[in-house]
Design a protein around this ligand. Structure first.
Ligand code: ZN
Ligand code: FE
Length: 255
């Protein structure tokens, strides 16, 4: 069986994702920011939408749902913790639950921090993590509901995934994230190289998402609060990882 991933730009800077079985055209959609571009991709590729997975309750991830469901009868899945504020779900999941799509086994991660009840979907056979607004390309989501400790715990839980994992995150924020990352980690050669690459890609209008976990580990400051150079720059050599993470997050909020 072979699968294909389609990244769909929505609204001003959101992404939705479709993964589909090439042979029978069955598809899963991750997040529903805007119906029209998603419905268009589904019809152009002659796809049968089987499931919709919602990462979290924010409007820019769910507002397109009703109009998509008018045209497609798909099962909507979201976090059990968020039943009260997500659109009507047919299935709900929580951390550690398994999830099946076209014979592929997915695993649900709790990645609270940006919101409480934010979930991510990992599909090991496809080397894909749908991370929503938790881990992003060179960044992570703002802490609207959770604490820095929670977000650091969430991101840490992703560090054990294979380096080749494709991180399908919810926004095209990478260029701004890159400038911030350079400001606190200016001597990181992998980061310098990546920033040049990102600039070039964006100047051509290319997407920088998905990104590879291995590269995130080397360049994303939110995955590297233990890094000596970052700590030195922040004057936090003897702080805990959570303290450094928290400082990085609040510096980014003001950047
Ligand atoms: Zn959000
Ligand atoms: Fe968002």
């Amino acid at each position: 069986m072979s699968f294909e991933l389609i990244t769909i730009p929505c609204l001003s800077d959101n992404y939705a994702f479709i993964l589909y079985n090439v042979e029978n055209r069955s598809a899963i959609l991750v997040d529903a920011p805007e119906a029209d571009p998603i419905n268009q991709v589904l019809s152009e590729n002659n796809l049968n939408l089987e499931k919709i997975f919602l990462t979290h309750h924010h409007a820019d991830h769910i507002d397109g749902l009703d109009k998509i469901l008018e045209k497609h009868s798909a099962v909507t899945i979201g976090a059990k913790a968020d039943i009260h504020r997500l659109p009507k779900l047919e299935e709900y999941v929580q951390a550690g639950d398994y999830f099946f799509f076209q014979g592929q086994l997915g695993k649900v991660f709790d990645v609270s921090g940006h919101t409480i009840g934010h979930i991510a979907l990992y599909i090991p056979t496809q080397n894909i993590l749908f991370s929503g607004d938790s881990l992003m390309a060179l960044g992570c989501g703002r802490l609207f509901e959770g604490s820095a400790e929670q977000m650091w715990q969430s991101l840490s839980s992703l560090l054990s995934l294979p380096n080749t994992t494709q991180i399908c995150s919810g926004h095209e924020y990478t260029e701004n994230n890159a400038s911030f990352a350079l400001s606190i980690d200016p001597k990181n050669h992998d980061l310098i190289k990546r920033c040049e690459q990102v600039k070039l890609e964006r100047s051509k209008g290319f997407f920088t998402v998905p990104s590879e976990l291995g590269l995130e580990k080397k360049t994303n400051p939110f995955l590297r609060p233990f890094d000596k150079n970052i700590r030195e720059n922040l004057n936090m050599l003897s702080s805990t990882d959570v303290e450094v993470f928290s400082r990085i997050r609040s510096l980014k909020d003001k950047f």
